[in-house]
Design a protein around this ligand. Structure first.
Ligand SMILES: [Zn+2]
Length: 276
């Protein structure tokens, strides 16, 4: 055994060492050298591995930097995506509203198209009615022109009739004044006639009284007229002699007052023939 503590305390002193110990030491040193070579080669290999690992780490760090950049970009893209999703929701809502409006507009267009069709049909009917009315108006105008001509002719006739009427009115006024004059004259003559009639009645009464007195004084005498005067008249039809005198009421000779004095005529009592 080597007392290493005493050697350490007095490294200048010479110590007696057993050979076996030195052999053991040389074996240990050989072992250690061998171990050291192994360890050194292992250390070199480890260094090589460490260099490789370091280069890998550098590569990984680069990759991590890239990934971090990508993560940052991903965050930005995620935010952008959220914004775009919101915009998409808004646009979807607007699209739904627009689709509803399109449906309403489509319905409105269909309604309007139906109304246009109805109006077009109504327009066709009205056009036909207008043409018919125009034709009627044309006929009416023709009739109006004819009626106007008739009115003009009638107006001329009316003017002529008015002139005639004025002439007639003037004549009627003349006749009226003449009639008044004649009536006055007739009244005067009637008065004179009435006076004369009264005088005649008085004279007739006086004559009758005179005649009655004469008949009382005269003797009765036979009526010669029936024997002598009438006996000479012979009926020109039957040669009969029984003839009488009668009034001919178709011939008025004069008036006594209002009484007419008729002419006289012969009448055959046998055959009834009448003559003057
Ligand atoms: Zn006779």
């Amino acid at each position: 055994m080597i007392e290493w503590n005493k050697v350490t305390e007095k490294p200048d002193k010479t110590y007696k060492v057993l050979g076996q110990n030195l052999l053991d030491q040389r074996n240990k040193i050989n072992d250690l050298e061998s171990n050291l070579q192994t360890t050194s080669s292992e250390l070199n290999a480890a260094r090589t591995r460490q260099d490789q690992a370091n280069s890998k780490i550098a590569t990984y760090e680069k990759a991590i930097g890239l990934l971090e950049e990508k993560a940052t970009k991903y965050d930005a893209l995620t935010k952008e995506f959220a914004t775009l999703q919101e915009q998409h929701a808004t646009v979807s809502q607007q699209f739904s509203q627009a689709q509803g409006q399109i449906a309403q507009l489509t319905q409105t267009i269909e309604d309007t198209t139906g109304k246009i069709t109805d109006l077009s049909n109504a327009n066709i009917d009205l056009t036909k009615k207008l043409e018919f009315s125009n034709a009627q108006a044309g006929e009416f105008n023709t009739k109006m022109i004819e009626a106007q001509k008739q009115v003009d002719e009638l107006s001329k006739q009316v003017t002529g009739l008015k002139q005639l009427n004025e002439q007639n009115t003037a004549q009627i006024q003349q006749f009226s004044s003449k009639t008044q004059e004649l009536e006055q004259s007739i009244g005067q003559k009637n008065q004179i006639l009435a006076e004369k009639e009264n005088a005649l009645q008085e004279k007739t009464l006086a004559a009758e009284e005179f005649e009655a007195k004469v008949k009382e004084l005269e003797p009765p005498i036979p009526d010669v007229s029936s024997y002598e005067l009438d006996a000479r008249i012979i009926c020109p039809m039957c040669n009969g002699v029984d003839i009488k005198d009668i009034e001919d009421k178709t011939k008025v000779l004069s008036y006594v007052g209002h009484m007419p004095m008729y002419a006289r005529k012969h009448q055959c009592k046998k055959c009834g023939y009448e003559w003057q």
